[in-house]
Design a binder for this molecule. Structure first.
Ligand SMILES: [Zn+2]
Length: 335
């Protein structure tokens, strides 16, 4: 933080204004509603909601999370695989059900997050702490500087995706239909659920869960990464939370489809879903990196005194040209 103070002193008043982020009051109000009404939804779940409503909400919650992790993060933000149009349509509908803004805006912000990871420009405050990234940063408007940087993010691949652009254009309508009316109406209309229960469980509680898990994509590294200075043997937390270097790996090589959002690698639900989709020919061109390629890249970087990432990427390209197309069926090969 001492470094921050030094930088701030150098900033002129114009710079401060340029980098300043104000509260977005509609978002603050939204978060307050989601937390209060979603918490009441927990009470309703345990006191009066029907099992069918709870089951239905669970399925929609999982689909919303799938839209964020496999859809926005691994497919659209990082291009870790390609997907046929029906799968993209399905993931777009799932992502709409997460209620977290358009795929376009989430991809743009996530790419900025990677480009400025642990710098002031990162919209999710990866330089600060977990709560900033999970909550605070999501309730602020972008600074003028960030607005400018967002415009510079390369979105050409996304702009060529008709399904994503369709969602961007009709987002409000899709949001109302898929994220509000369908979830609230179904238990009320077809399961005989009370309208109040349907609203609090199937909308507000689901929104609370998906919002928090979706935000974890940007903040999870604070929990699951081993940071400089962290001593696992001195802390009991290692018994409850598995810490690993995989989140760091994701920020170094983001286009590996096996990089889990929440600290796992290769064996999480998202990775399994992508493997199954690939086996069904719905997902193709799965990108991954083997330990051998990373090791060879590191050796090359040390021996030739070249940038690490450049050397690893060369090894990855070489490896991809030799890899069997159905490598995802071999569970042990690239772990
Ligand atoms: Zn990422």
């Amino acid at each position: 933080m001492a470094g921050d103070a030094k930088t701030d002193k150098k900033d002129t008043q114009g710079d401060v204004e340029f980098k300043k982020r104000d509260a977005s009051w509609p978002l603050v109000l939204w978060y307050i509603h989601v937390y209060i009404l979603g918490t009441y939804g927990i009470y309703v779940t345990f006191t009066s909601a029907l099992w069918s409503t709870i089951l239905f909400t669970t399925v929609l919650t999982l689909l919303g999370i799938l839209g964020v992790t496999v859809g926005v993060h691994r497919l659209w933000a990082h291009r870790t695989f390609t997907a046929v149009a029906p799968l993209r349509l399905f993931l777009m509908l799932c992502q709409t059900m997460s209620g977290q803004g358009t795929i376009y805006s989430r991809v743009q912000a996530h790419r900025l997050h990677h480009a400025y990871f642990q710098k002031d420009e990162d919209p999710y405050y990866s330089k600060h702490n977990f709560w900033y990234a999970q909550l605070h940063g999501n309730m602020l408007k972008y600074s003028r500087q960030q607005e400018q940087l967002l415009k510079e993010v390369d979105m050409s691949d996304i702009e060529n995706d008709k399904i994503v652009m369709f969602q961007k254009r009709y987002y409000v309508l899709l949001y109302i239909l898929i994220n509000v009316l369908l979830p609230v109406n179904t238990p009320f209309q077809y399961f005989g659920e009370a309208l109040n229960n349907s609203l609090f469980v199937s909308f507000w509680l689901r929104s609370l869960i998906v919002l928090n898990i979706g935000n974890l994509v940007n903040s999870a590294h604070f929990i699951w990464s081993i940071h400089k200075g962290f001593k696992p043997t001195d802390s009991n937390s290692i018994f409850f939370i598995t810490k690993s270097f995989w989140p760091q790996f994701h920020y170094l090589l983001p286009n590996d489809y096996l990089s889990g959002e929440f600290g796992d690698y290769a064996n999480g639900t998202g990775s399994t879903v992508i493997r199954v989709l690939a086996a069904l020919d719905l997902a193709k061109d799965l990108h991954t990196v083997s330990s051998v390629a990373v090791r060879n890249g590191l050796t090359e970087a040390v021996e030739k005194n070249r940038p690490i990432i450049e050397c690893i990427n060369e090894q990855v390209k070489l490896e991809e040209s030799l890899r069997p197309f159905n490598h995802f069926l071999n569970r042990d090969k690239f772990m």
